[in-house]
Design a protein around this ligand. Structure first.
Ligand code: GLU
Length: 298
């Protein structure tokens, strides 16, 4: 037992507060920049030329945009429980797209949606698009479309600093591995490591709690996510081994909205400097490696 539940929650919150200090775009600073006073990372577009997108037409009609994100993944998609600020690489990618569609920060409504509910939220029209460590997969493409990819990472393992687990090869029938319902990593463990017992929660922060409380032996998901948790609590948490999958992050969109998909793909392709600035502001010092991938106009 390394920490009590309460101290680990406090440690996570305190570390998260430090981590978000370097992040960006707030209602006062809609351009999403590193420090107050820096030049904005992107401008809110004025003459948007987007024909034939039912999703965009609905946004214009509503006078605002609703974006699905994560809220417990530091460095990627995080909601500060004290200030209410949303920060992270994914959140700033979401803001950049909104700005390019002509929407300023005060016209954005963010909705936190866990992994298992993403497709349904898009299909139902609860959100206009989703940006949150969302891997492009063929089975998801049956229900929704993806712009991107805008980032590539791979599945990894988070364990305690005193753990004997050094890589995925050390998982066995006696090691409980935690991941999230509806995610690609839990499916990968089930399909390819069927002897390894799994514990499922709705969110990765619940898995991290379980790890800190010795209820599980490892947490598995994308390394980019795990590095964010390890950075908050390096005395107790470490990422081990090599990535054992490829996760290509896309922007989840309503199925068949090709005009919006092309618009976002064009944005990614035509403005690599903004991509880089968003990466640098959020992940530059994090140890999460990344270069902008080519978009896939499938
Ligand atoms: N990228 C993986 C997925 O889309 C894991 C991360 C997540 O659950 O958001 O399932």
């Amino acid at each position: 037992m390394r920490m009590t539940r309460t101290t680990s929650v406090l440690a996570l919150t305190a570390a998260a507060a430090m981590l978000v200090g370097c992040a960006s775009g707030t209602p006062d600073n809609p351009g999403g920049s590193g420090d107050e006073g820096d030049a904005p990372l992107y401008e809110v577009a004025e003459n948007v030329d987007l024909e034939g997108s039912p999703t965009y037409d609905a946004m214009v009609e509503a006078g605002g945009i609703t974006i699905g994100v994560k809220e417990d993944q530091p460095g990627l998609g995080y909601l500060d429980p004290v200030t209410g600020d949303r920060t992270g690489f994914d959140v700033d990618i979401a803001r950049w797209i909104a700005a390019s569609l002509g929407f300023s920060e005060d016209e954005i409504t963010f909705q936190s949606i866990p992994s298992a509910n993403r497709e349904q939220a898009i299909v139902n029209g609860d959100i206009d698009y989703y940006v949150g460590t969302y891997s492009i997969t063929d089975s998801r493409k049956e229900q929704i479309d993806f712009a991107g990819p805008y980032f590539v990472t791979g599945q990894g393992l988070l364990v305690g600093t005193d753990s004997d687990i050094a890589s995925v090869d050390d998982l066995n029938a006696d090691t409980i591995v935690c991941s999230v319902t509806g995610s690609t990593p839990i499916q990968n463990i089930r399909d390819n490591y069927p002897d390894v017992p799994t514990q499922e929660f709705a969110t990765y922060s619940e898995c991290v709690e379980g790890l800190l409380n010795d209820q599980v032996d490892a947490v598995t998901t994308d390394e980019a996510i795990l590095i964010g948790y390890a950075a908050q609590d390096p005395d107790n948490l470490q990422v081990v081994g090599e990535p054992f999958s490829e996760e290509r992050y896309g922007v989840g969109l309503p199925l068949g909205d090709d005009a919006l998909r092309t618009f976002i793909n064009d944005l990614f392709e035509n403005d690599p400097d903004t991509w880089q600035a968003i990466y640098d502001a959020n992940l530059g010092d994090s140890g999460v490696e990344g270069t902008q991938p080519e978009v896939d106009r499938y």
